[in-house]
Design a protein around this ligand. Structure first.
Ligand code: ZN
Ligand code: ZN
Length: 142
């Protein structure tokens, strides 16, 4: 779902944040992206737009995560990748694919998650599991 500028403004206001141009731009860029974005990918996607230098984008992401407007949904390859919304950790429960060539992370919605047989002693301990697929993405294969 792509956020219009007024929707982005409304979300910031509802979370008690001032609608700075950087916050609006980052929220809208996240909403336009079909996949979670790393800080560097966001900086690239935003281009040299006013007020969107890498440090500003980083601070903006930190604020958005603190207020629940964005969430880190993947840490593939040790890099945080962000998506919109506090519920996005749940909506991104599907496996993610990380491309070893271009480094992009994609959402794989339709993969059937294999069930794991956990040793009896550990059954009550397990709270989360992450399945991550790796290889060359269709764009890099083409
Ligand atoms: Zn790729
Ligand atoms: Zn995802």
């Amino acid at each position: 779902m792509t956020l219009s500028e007024s929707q982005a403004r409304e979300q910031l206001r509802a979370s008690g944040l001032r609608a700075t141009s950087a916050r609006l731009a980052v929220l809208q860029a996240l909403s336009r992206s079909p996949k979670p974005l790393a800080h560097s990918e966001l900086v690239k996607a935003l281009g040299p737009a006013a007020g969107c230098d890498p440090a500003t984008v980083f601070r903006t992401l930190t604020r958005l995560v603190e207020t629940g407007l964005a969430t880190v949904v993947s840490q593939a390859g040790g890099m945080d990748r962000y998506a919109l919304g506090s519920g996005s950790a749940e909506t991104h429960e599907h496996p993610h694919f990380i491309c070893s060539d271009c480094g992009s992370v994609s959402c794989l919605d339709v993969v059937a998650t294999p069930s794991l047989e956990v040793p009896r002693r550990w059954r009550r301990s397990v709270q989360a599991a992450t399945l991550q697929l790796q290889g060359r993405c269709p764009d890099c294969l083409a």
